[in-house]
Every structure is written in C-alpha cells, then in structure tokens.
Design a protein around this ligand. Structure first.
Ligand code: PGA
Length: 251
C-alpha cells in the first residue's frame, strides 16, 4: 500500500504574515497529522526559516521549490541541497514546468539537480508533463518517457527509488483546466509501467502525484484513481481551508 501525499507549491507568493497564518492553520488541523498521509509545503526560499520554526513540532514537512546541482561556490542566487537540509527540508521540487519553460531547465539539468538532491539525502519530487501542443499531437507518452529517461540514465533506477514523481500536464497548471481522473490515470499508469520495465518493485512502491488545478472539489475523484497517490497543489495551497480539504480527500 503506497502512502498518500499532498504537497503545496506556494510558488512566488506570500509574506511573513501569510506564512505564519498558513502554517498555523495547517498545523492546527488533525488531518495533517494523520499517519496515513504525508503533507508537505514548498515555500519560497526566504521563508524556509519561518516555515521551519512554525512547523518543526508538527507532522508537516517542508522543502525547496528548486535547487542548484552544484555543491557550493560562486553561483550567485543559487541554493544548494546542503543549504536546504540545513533549513530542515526533507523534500525539493525538481523540474517543475515553470522552471523548464521560463528558466530554460533542460532534461539534463533537471537530471543533474535530481541526482544532487538525492545524493545529499533530500527526497526529490520530479515533475514531468506535456504541453497542450504535445498532447494534441499525441506526444504525451514520448515527452514523459524522455523526461523520465534523462533522470534514470544519469541517476539509475535505484536513484528513482528515493524520489517522488509528480505528473503535471502543463496545460492544466494554473489554468483551472484539470485533467479528468481518467486522463490523469492513463498517464500515471504509463509512468508506472515505464518504471516497471526497469524494476517492478520500485514501480509498485513509487509515489506518483497529480498536479494541475487540483481543488477541494476535484481532489477526491483524482485521488480515487488506482495509480494516483495524491497531489501537488499550486493555487489552492495558498488558502488553508481549501488545501486542508484536499488533504482530507487523500485520507
Ligand atoms: P496549480 O499548480 O494547482 O495552480 O495548477 C500546480 C503546480 O504548478 O504545481
């Protein structure tokens, strides 16, 4: 039985006041301490310290939204895996579509970040997903295959064991247009099948999240699908009650 996970990607949103309010509300709700679910938040780097002080006595984990593949040195503006660990992070997002499209992260760069995070002891959450144009031209599986393969080629299937995958169709992110549970399930099954060609045990135990306009009122249907193990939530993770409704849908 795979454990369910609900993760909130706050993106470039928030303030000290919002972080305090949101963390306190999430911590106060009993669903976030249910042993059957992992709840994670991904605040902007500058709020990791505040997040840690608010959540360290809770069951909620936190992580960075990206990281550098480098260990340390002259890389202005970057944040390393060790720095994230130093802030108490357990998780880190890798290859979010906004990083890929807006900041030019290639499959190779994403794979290097994944390996750096994993080797340092973080749990990388590898985001994969196709654009609308790729879906409409029947390239969904080829794109996901390529994105997964880049990581497996560099870090091996054993490296995948330490991570989590988030399937996020780019056309569903922040658009209010969610993949139907059937559309999402088909891709999740494809991902699990692909992993199984390398190692069936790893494929079976892999947590695969769905992301893209997950809301309180569509989460249960999505999470009810056999290969969907929870969600990576953007917009709806900024509102405590909406996010908690999503967490409860995974129970
Ligand atoms: P959204 O974002 O829930 O606002 O669509 C999801 C994500 O980008 O992780």
């Amino acid at each position: 039985m795979r454990r369910q996970m609900v993760a909130g990607n706050w993106k470039m949103n928030g303030s000290t006041g919002m972080v305090k309010e949101l963390c306190d509300a999430l911590k106060a709700d009993s669903s976030t301490s249910d042993p059957n679910i992992t709840t994670v938040v991904f605040p902007p780097f500058v709020y990791l310290s505040e997040t840690r002080s608010r959540l360290q006595d809770s069951s909620i984990s936190w992580g960075g939204q990206t990281l550098s593949a480098q260990g340390s040195g002259a890389f202005t503006g970057e944040v390393s895996a060790d720095m994230l660990l130093d802030m108490g992070c357990r998780y880190v997002l890798v290859g979010h579509s906004e990083r890929r499209t807006l900041y030019g992260e290639t499959d190779q760069m994403v794979a290097e970040k994944y390996a750096a995070a994993r080797k340092a002891g973080l749990v990388p959450v590898l985001c994969v997903g196709e654009t609308l144009q790729e879906r409409e031209t029947d390239q969904t599986e080829a794109v996901i295959d390529r994105q997964l393969k880049a990581v497996i080629d560099l870090d091996s299937i054993q490296g995948m064991r330490a991570g989590v995958i988030a399937y996020e169709p780019v056309w569903a992110i922040g658009t209010g247009k969610t993949a139907t549970p059937e559309q999402a399930q088909a891709v999740h099954r494809f991902i699990r099948g692909k992993l199984a060609t390398y190692d069936a045990t790893i494929a079976d135990s892999m947590i695969i999240l769905y992301g893209g306009s997950v809301k309180g009122d569509n989460a249960s249907d999505l999470f009810g699908m056999p290969d969907i193990d929870g969600g990576l939530v953007g917009g709806a993770s900024l509102k405590a009650q909406e996010f908690l409704k999503i967490v409860r849908s995974a129970l």
